[in-house]
Design a protein around this ligand. Structure first.
Ligand code: CU
Ligand code: ZN
Length: 147
């Protein structure tokens, strides 16, 4: 298993959470537990870099894209490996989200999530706009590491 701890974006920010990636049978299951986020849909991606040090989290780079694809929806054949779609946050600010991807691995290799950043965005991912899905600012960031 690989665990990502999401931390708050900026001073006074409240978003926290954890994301786990578990690989089996050629699929990686993604389970996210988030608290303190604004209700609604928020873009959710694996980003290339595992560096969350800059206050706006741009230090994590762009979407993780080891196969040089356009941005897309999790159901699209052509998409970034890091495209996990949206997380829906409930009125109480929490989300318990499950997704899966056949384009990521936990095991070492070019598509491994280990050392990558996981980002929750301010706005919904429209799954169309290149190369970001127009998901706006980054409200939480965490680096994936092996438990
Ligand atoms: Cu993103
Ligand atoms: Zn993307």
């Amino acid at each position: 298993r690989v665990m990502t701890n999401l931390k708050m974006a900026r001073e006074g920010g409240t978003v926290a959470g954890e994301v786990t990636f578990t690989e089996s049978g050629g699929e990686v299951a993604v389970v996210a537990h988030i608290t303190g986020a604004p209700p609604g849909m928020h873009g959710f991606h694996v980003h290339e870099g595992g560096e969350c040090s800059s206050p706006d989290f741009t230090s994590a780079g762009g979407h993780f894209d080891p196969t040089d694809m356009p941005h897309g929806a999790p159901s699209d054949m052509e998409r970034h490996a890091g495209d996990l779609g949206n997380v829906e946050v409930a009125e109480d600010g929490t989300a318990n989200h499950e997704a899966s991807s056949s384009m990521l691995t936990v095991a070492a290799g070019p598509s491994s999530v280990v050392g990558r950043g996981v980002i929750l965005h301010e706005d919904p991912d429209d799954m169309v706009t290149q190369p970001t899905g127009a998901a706006g600012g980054r409200i939480a960031c965490g680096a994936s590491k092996v438990l």
